[in-house]
Each structure stands twice: as structure tokens, then as C-alpha cells.
Design a protein around this ligand. Sequence first.
Ligand SMILES: [Zn+2]
Length: 65
Amino acid sequence: MAETNSKASAGQVRCPKCFSLDVRYSKRGMWDSLLDFLFHMEVFRCRSCRKRFHLYIPDEGEGGE
Ligand SMILES: [Zn+2]
């Protein structure tokens, strides 16, 4: 079993606006923390078009796709 520090590899996240893979985790505010707590949604920001978006990241990274 490989050790990972982050629960999701941000390199596989694609921007919904420009479809760039140059996406990073964004700072979370109170509302974002709540979304993460309730729905496992992380905040990302696209470095290409600067769009900020939420994405559902399941805790268990099993299964392909
Ligand atoms: Zn983008």
C-alpha cells in the first residue's frame, strides 16, 4: 500500500470551464469547509482561467475512471 499525503491527486482534476489540468487546491472558507464536511467537496482553482470550483472527492480512491 502506497502512502499518500493528499486524498486526491489534483493532477487528475480538470477545470470545468477550460478543461485545463493545471488545477490546484484552493483556500477554503467557512462554507467550503462545510461542503467538505457534508459532501466531501474540495475547492479547486484553475491556474489557466482562474475559475474556482468545487468537486466531489470520495474518501476511498478505489475504482478507475
Ligand atoms: Zn480553467
